[in-house]
Design a protein around this ligand. Structure first.
Ligand code: JB3
Length: 223
């Protein structure tokens, strides 16, 4: 049995705790260290893993042989920060690992991009293609033949029917439901519990049943 691959995790918060749990249950990887942007967390631990400091620790971790990474910054509406971090860390020479919780069901014909994570009880259906650095959160269901872009976040319990397409950096809120064949635009925001029955344009925000547009700046109280 080969030794587990050492991995550095970016972010020591709630999403980090969830990912750490999934990595440990999945096996094959060893989260050696967490780097977090909050200086106050240096020297702390998250479920037994040391928070060694901020991103300035990365050259040392690379020298010491940790070349794999996982992004544990959740974000609940704006995915651009996750996308920026992913690109910056990739440029440093790190490879991102896939984390698939053992209770998740990922079809053998589904494809997951680099660094994509599939959490407890989630489903990824046959023929579905998922981009890089995507969060398919707990109990989310992405059905057959969907196309999910990079840096998307599909929050817990969201349901995407067949052949749904979600563009880069979009956010699908907890418990939202997307009608089959619908397109969700780039950086669009679907609020918690929305029922989406028509396409959502790039950058738009929708909430409600059926989902209707709202002004992101004013918010909907649901995202
Ligand atoms: O709703 C659910 C199920 N999960 C939420 C998740 C998707 O998003 C969760 O409840 C939270 O709302 C959120 O989890 P997250 O991202 O862990 O939130 P937070 O507790 O704020 O932890 C993020 C950590 O990442 C913070 O400690 C930040 O300091 C750190 N961070 C932010 N930007 C960073 C960076 N760390 C590094 N190394 N580099 C960064 O650029």
């Amino acid at each position: 049995m080969s030794a587990p691959i050492p991995v550095v995790m970016f972010g020591g918060g709630g999403h980090g705790r969830v990912l750490l749990d999934a990595v440990r249950l999945q096996g094959g990887y060893d989260i050696k260290a967490i780097v977090d942007a909050q200086p106050a967390l240096r020297g702390e631990q998250l479920d037994g893993v040391p928070i060694v400091g901020g991103d300035e620790e990365l050259p040392r971790l690379l020298r010491e042989g940790t070349r794999h990474a996982v992004v544990a910054i959740g974000s609940v509406s704006n995915n651009s920060q996750r996308a920026e971090l992913f690109a910056r860390i990739k440029a440093m020479g790190f490879t991102f690992v896939n984390v698939v919780h053992p209770s998740a069901v990922v079809s053998p014909s589904a494809r997951l991009g680099e660094g994509t994570v599939v959490l407890a009880g989630a489903i990824v259906g046959p023929g579905t293609v998922v981009g890089a650095n995507v969060i398919i959160n707990s109990r989310a269901s992405v059905d057959h033949d969907c196309s999910i872009g990079d840096h998307v976040h599909i929050a817990p319990g969201a349901v995407l029917s067949g052949s749904v397409s979600v563009s880069d950096m979009a956010f699908i809120g907890a418990g939202a439901t997307i009608k089959q064949g619908t397109r969700i635009g780039r950086s669009a925001l679907v609020a918690l519990g929305a029922a989406v029955i028509r396409d959502v344009p790039d950058g738009a925000a929708v909430a409600g049943v059926p989902a209707k547009a709202f002004d992101k700046k004013k918010g909907s109280g649901l995202a």
